[in-house]
Design a protein around this ligand. Sequence first.
Ligand SMILES: CC(C)(COP(=O)(O)OP(=O)(O)OC[C@H]1O[C@@H](n2cnc3c(N)ncnc32)[C@H](O)[C@@H]1OP(=O)(O)O)[C@@H](O)C(=O)NCCC(=O)NCCS
Length: 407
Amino acid sequence: MTQPEYWFHRPESDEDIEQLYELMNIVFKGEDVDKIVKMLLDHYPESNRRHLLAVKHGDETVAGLIIIPQTWVLDGFDLRVAEMGCVATHPDHRRKRLQHILNEKFDEQVKKEGLDLCALAGVPFFYRQFGYEYTVELDHSTRLPLSNIPDYPKAEAVPFSENDIPAAKVIFEASQGKYPIHEKRTLDVWRAHRKTGLYYGGPVETVSLFKDNILIAYLKYSCSQKEKTITLKEAAVASPAAVESALAYLKDYGKRKGLEKLVSGLGYLDEISMRLAELGGEQSHPYAWQVKILDYLELFRKLTPLLESRLRESKFSGLSETLNFNFRKFNIVVTFKDGVVESTELGYDNSDRTIGLNPTVFPQLLLGYRSREELEYVYPDFKIQETHKELTDVLFPKRAGYIHFVY
Ligand SMILES: CC(C)(COP(=O)(O)OP(=O)(O)OC[C@H]1O[C@@H](n2cnc3c(N)ncnc32)[C@H](O)[C@@H]1OP(=O)(O)O)[C@@H](O)C(=O)NCCC(=O)NCCS
């Protein structure tokens, strides 16, 4: 009997979607990844069935993923990002290059939709073969026994409601101010999180803390009886005093449930994680998002206002010069006149080595994850001449980044 063929497929019908959920449950046993896909299709306004990519073997769905469009903000400047999520191949069909097929289709669709960056929060090393590089910190974790938290005064705590969203959004956005690279969360996403009670696939409880009828914090958390932990998935506080109210709530709740440890998944610059660290909390070295740029020319053209504003605020304001960003395989030539970009072009003459860049790790510079100096130290093919080091630092400064999941 002849073996069925592998073929690229776009899941459209309810039956296709059910097959995809089944695949997710086989590949990510017990991790509720089917729920993530379902949440994205049913509630996330930027994803729909058009964002599902799959490979079939005969009639059976054996590999799949989902494109999750979103917006990241870089120093106030919006970048459209395509996250690759829920990447799965059935164990019986691995190492047949099925994810290579899906990766190619992913890139095609991302280009067609005009998104600026590809990103994923995925397993180590696998995605390097597709050109991804570690770029924005991910999975911060601060751990402290609940008994190490002092008995701070409590605030009024009630379940998070739809009415709390506008005030919560304000304090969340203020907390993002510590990270010049962060995601833009729309009201629709707030509503989807509240309605589903899910965050990153798993059920979470969300509580609002009030003082004098004003929202001073919200906390999104889950508990594990097995590990005796309460994990804070997301939170924002309105003031340093609200940090204490938040910790008082978490300690009290955790103790009532018989838990022993608090794990904060908030960024290390968030007030709550900083306070936990002061109290002796352990922090681990973070993982990172993996990022790829598909179209350098389009991206540089889009970055024009950002580059101009960074120049304007520096000693290079009013710059008139043609900068040749030499990416070795190609170059991007940006001509500034009086601090304004006159043209941005693609070329293939790499004889000018004033600003020599390694294209694979360039996302690290672009998103401020590593400084020009750090990259020059690590990569001999990242080499900028003395005359242009400072200017490169102005155009691409190091920045703190933390991105929350949109699902
Ligand atoms: C990771 C996974 C998606 C790969 O799917 P796949 O269809 O086997 O991938 P492909 O056949 O297209 O590519 C396989 C290649 O990647 C390599 N590879 C597999 N896992 C790797 C890893 N973690 N790091 C580096 N390379 C890896 C294989 O050795 C193979 O290389 P080769 O072609 O040179 O032999 C699949 O193993 C899987 O579903 N794993 C469990 C779920 C998971 O971890 N998903 C990713 C979550 S982000």
